[in-house]
Design a protein around this ligand. Structure first.
Ligand SMILES: NC(=O)c1ccc[n+]([C@@H]2O[C@H](COP(=O)([O-])OP(=O)(O)OC[C@H]3O[C@@H](n4cnc5c(N)ncnc54)[C@H](O)[C@@H]3O)[C@@H](O)[C@H]2O)c1
Ligand SMILES: O=C(O)C(=O)C[C@@H](O)[C@H](O)[C@H](O)COP(=O)(O)O
Ligand SMILES: [Zn+2]
Length: 370
């Protein structure tokens, strides 16, 4: 088992990565489940795949699970599900010191974490991520949120979990498209500040996605360690350090908004394409060689993730995509800082980007032929 500390000064916790954690859920929660009743929030796909395993561990250890099984998909991160889930938790008389379990992908983790942050002004929660994306990224670091019609994650809170249990066995039932989407957030850590890890991804990603257990454990543990390091340096995204984790997201969130937060484009797919666009825009600005941007694009495309805009079949122009970006949480006094690259592993926050220039770049990308 890999155990990665998240050294946030006010609230340190651990991420435990291993196969088989779900089957031993209660011992792995290490005394945090202090009552017989345990609230668990999940979605119907995860419940179908892993509900019985989790239920058995709880019942065998004298607990009674209270399940809340939500519809799968991005639309579950909504005001309606937030209100209904908070009311459900209130009806269960959950106290501040109790733990709610979030069993699922990033959608369930983000929604549950936000519910935990507002319930009685903050109660405890445990992240039990079941997608690659949630294991390497969303379960760690305490960003919680819902979407609104105006955009992605626009209402939320920073609220850290008490524990993260990433069971590698859960990935065995995950559809390949979801594995690939999660991989986008893995390779992101290489592009941010870890060229050696990008090289590891170049060599090993295909085998890791195909199911090699050792490679999966390394990919998850290394990604979590990267995220934990960055979050511990800048928990509330105030210094610019944590903003590095947003690489590809300004483009990506605009694409998710344009495609209606639907299964047409998953978050990880949008981030993959967003990172390709960040690379190409950086090359256009002559910050790094065009060949490096195309290396990134080739890596993303060869693994099976979207690497060009026309394939999405969107009916919009660059200006339309830029309008979505005006809701980006990095907006500061009317300007939007962008994560750009000076090379692989050399991402930085650029505060001198003209949105007109980005719109012109996107117009070119929307008609790209190769
Ligand atoms: N808080 C953060 O720091 C952070 C970071 C990255 C992404 N996010 C958010 O995470 C969300 C995306 O998360 P995601 O990619 O995990 O998507 P998701 O939660 O929608 O899960 C993807 C799909 O896989 C299914 N699934 C989950 N685990 C399964 C399993 N083990 N077996 C079979 N099916 C399973 C789900 O039912 C769903 O259909 C987005 O809303 C994104 O904004 C948040
Ligand atoms: O943890 C972070 O910080 C991230 O930016 C991780 C991202 O992968 C994640 O998608 C996050 O939710 C995006 O943050 P947002 O502030 O742009 O909503
Ligand atoms: Zn993300």
């Amino acid at each position: 088992m890999a155990v990665i500390p998240v050294d946030i000064a006010s609230r340190p916790y651990e991420v435990r990565v291993a196969a088989g954690l779900l089957a031993e859920l209660v011992p792995n929660c290490r005394g945090k489940l202090r009552k017989r009743g345990v609230p668990i929030i999940t979605d119907s796909n995860v419940h179908a795949a892993w509900g019985a395993v989790v239920e058995a561990s709880l019942r065998d250890n004298g607990h009674e699970p209270h399940w809340r099984i939500l519809p799968p998909g991005e639309k579950t991160k909504s005001w309606e599900e937030l209100a209904a889930t908070v009311n459900w938790l209130l009806a269960l008389e959950v106290e501040r010191g109790d733990h709610i379990i979030a069993l699922g992908g990033g959608v369930i983790g983000d929604l549950t974490g936000f519910c935990a942050s507002v319930l009685k002004r903050g109660c405890q929660f445990i992240q039990v991520p079941t997608t690659l994306l949630a294991q390497v990224d969303s379960s760690v670091g305490g960003k919680t949120a819902i979407n609104t019609p105006a955009g992605k994650n626009l209402v939320g809170a920073f609220h850290q979990p008490s524990l993260v249990l990433a069971d590698l066995s859960a990935l065995e039932t995950l559809p390949e498209r979801e594995l690939l989407a999660g991989y986008a957030e893995v390779v992101k850590y290489g592009l941010i500040d870890d060229a050696d890890f990008f090289a590891w991804c170049d060599t090993n990603a295909a085998k890791m996605i195909a199911g090699d257990g050792g490679l999966r454990e390394y990919a998850v543990a290394h990604s979590v360690a990267s995220k934990a390091r960055i979050v511990a340096e800048d928990e509330f995204e105030t210094t610019g350090r944590r903003a590095l984790l947003n690489l590809g997201h300004t483009f990506g969130h605009a694409l998710e908004a344009e495609t209606g937060f639907s299964s047409r484009l998953l978050h990880g797919e949008a981030v993959a394409l967003g990172m390709v666009l960040a690379g190409r825009y950086s090359a256009r600005r002559q910050l790094m060689p065009r060949a490096t941007a195309e290396h990134i694009a080739r890596h993303i495309a060869e693994i099976g993730l979207p690497a060009s805009l026309p394939a999405l079949g969107m009916d919009c122009d660059g200006g339309g995509l830029v309008r979505h970006m005006l809701h980006d949480k990095k907006m500061d006094a009317g300007t939007l800082p962008f994560l750009l690259l000076k090379g692989i592993g050399q991402t930085y926050l650029d505060k001198q980007v003209s949105l007109d220039d980005v719109a012109a770049f996107l117009d070119e990308e929307l008609t790209r032929t190769a």
